[in-house]
Design a protein around this ligand. Structure first.
Ligand SMILES: NC(=O)c1ccc[n+]([C@@H]2O[C@H](COP(=O)([O-])OP(=O)(O)OC[C@H]3O[C@@H](n4cnc5c(N)ncnc54)[C@H](O)[C@@H]3O)[C@@H](O)[C@H]2O)c1
Length: 335
C-alpha cells in the first residue's frame, strides 16, 4: 500500500511512518518542519525514516495551494494519514490564527486534493478535546460534542464537519480519529511527559494544574500507531457494525473513532511513575485549572475493538519506562 502521511516529522507521524515502513508499505511524507518546538527533534525523527528506500519526503506547508495536488497527481496514493496540524490547547489561547491556517485551511487543501485523485481511505486526526465540556464518561463517539472549550478543539471539530461534507458529496471514505493524550519515545516537548522529564532532571519545579486533580486516558504511541495501521483497510462503508455504538454516518462513508486506553490515569500516578523511572523526585508547583482544559478524559474503545479486534494494552509503568529510556538516550548529551 502507498500511504501519504502529513505531519510525518511529528511525534505520531514519524512513529506511524516507521511502523508502516517496517510492514513493507511505501510512505510519502510531507511536513513543513516548523519551529513550534525544536526542529532538531523533527529532523532527527526524519533522518531515521530517510534511511529507508520506500520513504519519500517533501518539505512544504500543506495549505499552500497545489502542494498536495501535486503529491496526489505524481503518486498513486492508496490511503492518507493526516496528522499535520497545529496542536496544543494552551498555545491556541494566544495564537488562534496559527490554528485557523494550519488546521482549517490545511485540511481543506487536503480534501480538495483528494477529491481530484481519490484514495481508498483517508484517516484524519481529531482529538479527545473535541468532547469539550461534555461530562458523560467514558466519551462515546456517538454522544453529542458541541461545546468545545478551546480554539484548538474548535478547529479540530470543524475539520470533522468539513470532512463529513466531502465524504458525503464526493463519496470519499473518511475515518476521523479522536486521539487521547499520546506519550512515548520521540514525544512532543510541549506535552507533560517531556516537559516534566526535563524539569525533574534539572531540579526545576513542574506546574501541576488543577492541584493534581486531573485524569488522562494516556495512550502509548505504539498502541495508537498499531490501531491506525489496523484501521487502514477498514474504510467506512454503508452498514454500521453496531446499532448502539457505531458512529458511521447515515449519509456518508464517514465515521469517528476514539483511540484511547480506556483507563484514565491520575496525573499524580503518572508523575510518580516518571519519578521512579528517572530516579528523582519532582518539585511540584500546584496551580489552578488552565482555561481550555478539562479535568478528565476517558475513551470508550468498543468501536475500535469491534472494527479491529484490538485496543491499546500497554500498562503505564511499561510505557513510561520505554519513554524514559528513549528520553535519556536522546538527550544524553544535553542533560
Ligand atoms: N499527541 C497527542 O497526544 C495528540 C492528541 C490528540 C490529537 N493529536 C493530533 O494528532 C496529530 C499529530 O500530533 P503530534 O502529537 O504528532 O504533533 P506534532 O506537532 O509532533 O506533529 C505535527 C507535525 O505536523 C507538522 N505541521 C504542522 N502544520 C503543518 C502544515 N501546515 N504543513 C505541513 N506540516 C505541518 C509539524 O511540523 C509537525 O511535525 C495532530 O493533528 C494533533 O492535533 C495529538
Amino acid at each position: 500500500m502507498h500511504v501519504l502521511i502529513t505531519g510525518v516529522a511529528g511525534f505520531i507521524g514519524a512513529n506511524a511512518a516507521g511502523q508502516l515502513l517496517a510492514q513493507g508499505h511505501n510512505v510519502t511524507g510531507i511536513d513543513d518542519l516548523n519551529d513550534y518546538y525544536d526542529p532538531r527533534l523533527k529532523n532527527a525523527r526524519l533522518a531515521e525514516l530517510l534511511e529507508q528506500e520506500q520513504f519519500h519526503f517533501t518539505k512544504a506547508k500543506i495549505q499552500k495551494p497545489d502542494v498536495l495536488n501535486d503529491v496526489f497527481k505524481n503518486n498513486s496514493i492508496d490511503a492518507v494519514i493526516h496528522l499535520a496540524a497545529q496542536a496544543g490547547v494552551r498555545y491556541s489561547i494566544d495564537n488562534p490564527r496559527v490554528f485557523l491556517e494550519n488546521n482549517l485551511v490545511g485540511t481543506f487543501e487536503l480534501l480538495e486534493a483528494a477529491r481530484n485523485n481519490p484514495p481508498k481511505h483517508m484517516l484524519l486526526a481529531s482529538t479527545s478535546s473535541a468532547y469539550g465540556a461534555s461530562t458523560a464518561m467514558p466519551y462515546r463517539e456517538t454522544q453529542k460534542a458541541d461545546h468545545q472549550i478551546s480554539f484548538y478543539a474548535a478547529t479540530k471539530k470543524a475539520t470533522e464537519a468539513m470532512a463529513h461534507s466531502y465524504a458525503h458529496i464526493y463519496q470519499l471514505p473518511i475515518t476521523m480519529f479522536r486521539f487521547f493524550t499520546v506519550y512515548g519515545p520521540w514525544g512532543r516537548p510541549d506535552m507533560a511527559p517531556m516537559k516534566f522529564a526535563k524539569r525533574i532532571l534539572n531540579g526545576s519545579p513542574i506546574d501541576v494544574y488543577n492541584f493534581g486533580e486531573m485524569k488522562r486516558d494516556f495512550t502509548y504511541v505504539d498502541d495508537l500507531v498499531h490501531a491506525l495501521c489496523l484501521l487502514l483497510d477498514k474504510a467506512p462503508g454503508k452498514i454500521p457494525i453496531s446499532t448502539t455504538f457505531d458512529s458511521l454516518s447515515p449519509v456518508a462513508p464517514y465515521r469517528i473513532i476514539n483511540i484511547g486506553n480506556n483507563s484514565p490515569i491520575e496525573l499524580k500516578d503518572f508523575i510518580t511513575s516518571l519519578e521512579e523511572e528517572l530516579g528523582k523526585e519532582a518539585i511540584q508547583n500546584f496551580m489552578g485549572m488552565q482555561p481550555g482544559d478539562v479535568p478528565t478524559t476517558w475513551a470508550d474503545t468498543r468501536l475500535l475493538r469491534a472494527l479491529t479486534g484490538y485496543s491499546p494494552t500497554t500498562e503505564l509503568n511499561v510505557g513510561v519506562k520505554l519513554f524514559v529510556e528513549w528520553y535519556l538516550g536522546y538527550y544524553r548529551n544535553a542533560i
